[in-house]
Design a binder for this molecule. Structure first.
Ligand code: SAH
Length: 261
């Protein structure tokens, strides 16, 4: 008898941002395959399960995708209830499409359980709304690190009334800046980057398209971070830069919004 695979969103880090459904499935799982962006703290919810770490962080050695897919199929065919725990939401830059295709091809049942994506957590952590009736009529979730040859039409995005939420953008910040400037985006466009959103060590930097590179370098912004770009960030960017100026005397460049409890 076949088991089933659940592609489960682990949320951005704060265990309280896990859904109740994800918590229940973890408690019922026979096997859990966990990404390195999904917090290990969540493993306390599945003491009964066999846990397999399948880290895939950009630039580092990681478990090959084909191997993960084979493992999912194998475990489900053994009759196991398998939870594939992914950081944030599985359907956003989580290679869920490839895993679903592999499971479909093998005739294995699969279900997605959504999670809170890093971009949503980042906006929440700075008290910002991603849409704004006057400035942002939509949101685009983008990766600065697409598959080889994948082309994003930055010119169209630069002129669109969308808030741009850029994942995997830290090492590509230079290209991102020049593409958006070439695309016609104003150099004064407000930008807020959030590193480790929803974690206790979260850091936030408010800047503009003109100054983003120097500001990111000054604070040595690191992955994982999301870069949120657009007029909807204006009032929060202003509030955050005022806060960081006030703190400059204490050499604190970042405004910290790590925890609201
Ligand atoms: N499926 C995930 C995204 C995976 S891609 C989601 O929905 O959130 C990995 C990228 O996500 C990182 O490079 C970073 O850009 C972003 N990311 C993941 N967790 C993050 C966090 N806690 N804070 C900021 N960015 C994060």
């Amino acid at each position: 008898m076949n088991g089933k695979v659940f592609l489960v969103g682990a949320g951005p880090g704060d265990p309280e941002l896990l859904t109740l459904k994800a918590a229940r499935l973890l408690g019922e799982a026979d096997v859990v395959l966990i990404d390195d962006l999904a917090s290990d703290d969540l493993l306390s919810l599945c003491p009964q399960a066999r846990v397999i770490h399948v880290g895939k962080r950009g630039g580092c050695k990681s478990t090959p995708q084909a191997f993960i897919e084979k493992l999912l199929v194998h475990e489900a065919r053994t009759g196991h209830k398998v939870v594939r725990l992914k950081g944030g939401d599985p359907s956003i830059f989580g290679r869920a499409a490839e895993e679903i295709a592999a499971l479909d091809a093998a005739g294995v049942d699969c279900e997605i359980v959504p999670g809170i994506s890093a971009g949503l957590a980042a906006a929440a952590s700075i008290g910002a709304s991603l849409t704004h009736r006057d400035h942002a009529q939509g949101v685009a979730f983008l990766t600065a690190h697409g598959a080889e040859g994948a082309q994003i039409d930055w010119r169209a995005l630069a002129r669109s009334p969308l808030t741009l939420v850029v994942y995997m953008g830290v090492s590509r910040a230079g290209e991102l800046q020049s593409d958006l400037l070439e695309g016609g985006m104003s150099a004064d466009t407000p930008i807020i980057a959030v590193e480790n959103a929803s974690h206790s060590e979260a850091r936030t930097v408010a800047t503009t398209l003109r100054e983003m590179l120097s500001d990111f370098a000054r604070v040595s912004l690191k992955s994982p971070a999301v870069i949120v770009i657009g007029e909807a960030m204006k009032s929060r960017a202003k509030a955050l830069s005022l806060a960081s100026h006030e703190r400059e005397a204490e050499h604190a460049v970042f405004a910290r919004f790590a925890s609201r409890n």
